[in-house]
Design a protein around this ligand. Structure first.
Ligand code: ATP
Ligand code: MG
Length: 361
């Protein structure tokens, strides 16, 4: 595995405040990695330490194995696309995109050729002579991207590059960006606080909370095996329940929820033996039946207490006989299929792997 970017115990303090704490991260060459976390968790600060606009208080930043912690931005083969686009207002699209190459004194003919290719890549043909003020937000965003890509950096840092776009354009740009990254083989470090965007675009996701990486993994690991309550509830919806571990054998544990219900669960993230813990259950993993099915293991009865129409899905609030309240999500009824309504009694079935032990986070 070729490591392109490495962070070693990187910490950034502003006065007494720790914006980034002891972050270790290896980013592979050609990888699309996303830093995901709430506002203020330290995403931009991390990017700025990779690009060199910020110096760590302690720790080291390495590019292709070389320590660049104290190198200025222009000495690093890294380009950053800023959320604010930062285009030159007096320059045309063409001039904006070619700016970096002119600064590097690349020959004129080569600049023209590379700018032409970059314009085509971001589908801005015909707009070369416009000024930024004559473009839409999405078009400006693409100019900013083309301007970064045309320099062919080894690493491209993108700080919430799609946040200003409407939902439809945003989805289109997500697909375009991902294809572009694959085509060019550039390492992308992408920042967002949009969990769906992170899940669809990334090879790996680093979930950040209060300046620390809380979990690193691919989309499926992050979604299906969250390690902490923070990850479980920041990415998607989760029922977080208090429980006591009764016994453990290998990858399974038997827990008792508050209220008495016993369940067989996934024990991957169980650190110790028995004792008090938390479990996370995704709402769509609760299979609801009007009649009991299969073995009684991980099955319990509940009543539908509330129903929310969400378009493609229905969100239900369930109350078990022991008084436990759970959120469930079911695909919307198609004609002929029995639907569930407020007041209905249901049998809830859960697969042990869909009940995950999580730590408080
Ligand atoms: N120059 C600075 N001086 C003092 N505090 C700062 C400075 N820059 C950032 N911070 C603080 O560090 C923390 C992390 O900021 P950062 O900009 O990295 O967050 P972020 O994850 O990018 O948030 P957002 O999603 O809102 O962009 C914040 O609490 C912020 O107020
Ligand atoms: Mg930010």
């Amino acid at each position: 595995m070729d490591v392109m970017v490495e962070l070693r115990a990187v910490t950034k303090r502003f006065g007494a405040f720790h914006a980034v704490s002891e972050v270790d991260l290896q980013i592979r060459a050609g990888e699309f990695i996303t830093l995901l976390g709430p506002s203020g968790c330290g995403k931009t600060t991390l990017l700025r330490m990779i690009s060199g606009f910020e110096t760590p208080s302690s720790g080291a930043v390495l590019l292709e194995g070389k320590d660049v912690t104290h190198e200025p931005p222009y000495r690093r083969d890294v380009n950053q696309v800023f959320q604010s686009y930062a285009l030159f207002p007096h320059m045309t699209v063409q001039e904006n995109i070619g700016f970096g190459l002119r600064m590097k004194k690349v020959p004129r003919a080569e600049i023209d050729e590379r700018v032409r290719a970059a314009v085509a890549m971001v589908s801005l043909g015909g707009m070369e002579q416009r000024k930024p003020s004559q473009l839409s937000g999405g078009q400006r965003q693409r100019v900013a991207l083309a301007r970064a890509i045309v320099c062919r950096p080894k690493v491209l840092l993108l700080d919430e590059p799609l946040s200003a776009l409407d939902a439809k354009l945003r989805h289109a740009m997500q697909v375009e960006l991902k294809e572009l990254q694959k085509k060019l083989g550039i390492t992308f470090v992408f920042v967002t606080h949009d969990q769906e965007e992170a899940l669809t675009m990334s090879d790996r996701i680093a979930v950040i909370n209060k300046g620390r990486i809380e979990q690193l993994g691919d989309a499926s690991q992050i979604y299906h095996r969250p390690k902490t309550t923070f990850v479980a509830s920041f990415i998607g919806q989760a029922n977080i329940l208090r429980a006591t571990v009764l016994s453990r054998s290998g990858e399974r544990a038997r827990v008792q929820l508050d209220g008495g219900l016993e369940l067989l669960v996934n024990a991957e993230h169980l650190a110790g033996g028995t004792g008090s813990t938390l479990v996370s259950i995704r709402p769509e993993k609760i299979a609801l039946r009007k009649e009991p099915q299969g073995a009684p293991e991980n099955r319990f009865e509940a009543r539908v207490e509330d129903e929310l129409f969400k378009g493609a899905t229905d969100q239900l609030r369930l109350r078990t006989d022991a008084g436990l309240v759970l959120t469930a999500v079911v695909a919307n009824e198609s004609s002929g299929q029995a639907a569930l309504h407020v007041g209905d009694r249901v049998f809830c079935h859960l697969h042990p792997d869909d009940i995950v032990i999580v730590h408080e986070g």
